[in-house]
Write a protein that binds this ligand. Structure first.
Ligand SMILES: [Fe+2]
Length: 455
């Protein structure tokens, strides 16, 4: 990173979570199921591979992030080479998903909408509101259902696979908010985190099984693109505002304005499989007391008894820090997305860490990272950094059930289920300029869940 590491929290001490027996139970259950030998075997392999992975990231910086042309992806799909790059890095940019002019016009419309509804739309943080808890505006709905955007979402869903026949790559829409961040706004809240649940990854049987190969001593066989394994995982096993109920194959945002490093963009850890394998193994090992030996994986010892899961808090996303996850070398390896233009889209896998984004909530601002990700703490640009959070969601039983509830909620002016805990009760139907879903075309209506059978 070009600037000093922000004052993000370090997870070095046992915290309140150690009091909760669910943590210790999860650790014991996994040790009993897989055995210490397999865990140790995996630990050594993962740390060894990370030393290679992190070397490459540190030398390439942001250049390691793949950049794709949306026109090509939409017309011909990903080439084998592009597919490999997208999947191994787990984060990428799609240029000109919609045209720059269209994105700029939509931003102008959004600003008008915000002006016409001044004081009515909740936003965080209170001292410099930039995360807007706005979900059902005409601009957001137009973007989400834009034919090119929907087709791209489907292409991204197709990067996953499933042999069960219970899912499809047809995109469903997951309502999320907007970020509109003025220049000069500091934003410390969103440190490195991984969304899609925290302790649930170890406790929920379906979710734990996603990482079966890691616990079995075969981390090189981990497949984080197996939708058949992942479709039943309960990300929201422990309720919390930070957890989405749906599986997003890739979280994402669509840029309204240009942005680049140091100007309010997202930082990601540009590796998916090895980083999440490390995070999953980390609670089972104690660091050596000699600080000079920290990077020597063979000096770490099995932790059978403590209930400490570094950076794991039930109700929040999985957090990471330099001291608790040293082999990730976060300071060198959290890289900013390359320069982004209006209409470009940015995507990151559900296991990638970064600065906080995703569900826009008060909790997000208290701390935030997926393919481990984080949000730039600085915004030194000259214009607002504005994005709409729009993810790629495949059709799965859990996602369908959520989308049905989501649709019923917004048609009745209520918050979608994942945002109810935010506590505000704004009925967006009462906002000036609200137009609902009347103008959405057939494909958009399908993605919104209009065609789903009532269950
Ligand atoms: Fe996030």
């Amino acid at each position: 990173m070009a600037h000093p590491w922000p004052a993000w929290q370090e997870y070095t001490q046992f915290d309140a979570a150690t009091q909760d027996e669910d943590f210790a139970d999860a650790k014991i259950a996994i040790i009993n199921e897989y055995g210490i030998e397999a865990l140790q075997q995996s630990w050594l392999k993962v740390c060894s591979e990370l030393s290679i992975v992190t070397q490459e990231i540190a030398s390439k910086g942001s250049d390691i992030i793949p950049i794709f042309d949306s026109n090509q992806i939409l017309a011909k799909g990903f080439t084998h080479q592009q597919k490999d790059a997208a999947k191994s890095i787990g984060a990428f940019v799609c240029k000109a998903t919609i045209s720059s002019d269209d994105a700029t016009d939509l931003y102008s419309d959004l600003k008008t909408y915000l002006d016409n509804n001044k004081g009515r739309i909740p936003a965080w943080p209170k001292e410099s509101p930039s995360m807007l808890m706005l979900y059902d505006s005409p601009v957001q709905n137009e973007l989400r259902t834009h034919p090119r955007h929907l087709r791209l979402q489907e292409k991204l869903n197709e990067l996953w696979h499933d042999s069960t026949g219970e899912t499809s790559s047809a995109p469903l829409i997951y309502l999320d908010g907007v970020r509109d961040r003025a220049p000069g706004q500091e934003f410390l809240g969103l440190g490195p985190h991984i969304d899609a649940g925290s302790l649930a990854r170890w406790v929920d049987p379906s979710y734990r099984h996603v990482y079966h190969e890691v616990f079995s001593g075969r981390p090189e066989q981990l497949d984080i693109y197996d939708l058949g394994l992942r479709k039943d995982a309960r990300q929201d096993l422990y309720p919390g505002i930070a957890h989405s109920s749906v599986l997003r194959t890739f979280q994402g945002w669509t840029a309204f304005t240009p942005t680049c490093s140091g100007q309010g963009t997202i930082l990601v850890y540009p590796n998916a499989s090895w980083a999440i394998a490390y995070v999953m193994l980390r609670p089972f090992f104690c660091a050596p007391t000699d600080p000079d030996q920290i990077m020597n994986a063979s000096k770490w010892t099995i932790d059978r008894t403590s209930a400490w899961f570094p950076g794991t808090v039930k109700a929040d996303s999985q957090r990471l820090s330099r001291s608790s996850h040293p082999h990730l070398r976060l300071e060198e390896c959290m890289v900013a997305m390359p320069p982004i233009e209006p209409g470009d889209t940015v995507w990151w896998h559900a296991d990638v860490s970064g600065d906080r984004s995703g569900n826009v909530s008060a909790m997000d601002l208290a701390n935030d990272i997926q393919v481990c990700h984080a949000v730039d703490t600085r915004h030194d640009g000259t214009q607002n950094a504005a994005v709409a959070y729009i993810a790629a969601c495949p059709t799965t039983p859990i996602n369908k059930a959520y989308v049905q509830k989501q649709l019923a909620a917004i048609l009745q002016g209520r918050r979608a289920p994942d945002y109810v805990e935010d506590g505000d009760t704004l009925d967006e139907r009462t906002l000036v300029g609200h137009c609902g879903l009347h103008d959405i075309d057939a494909e958009g209506r399908r993605a919104f869940g209009f065609e789903l059978e009532v269950q």
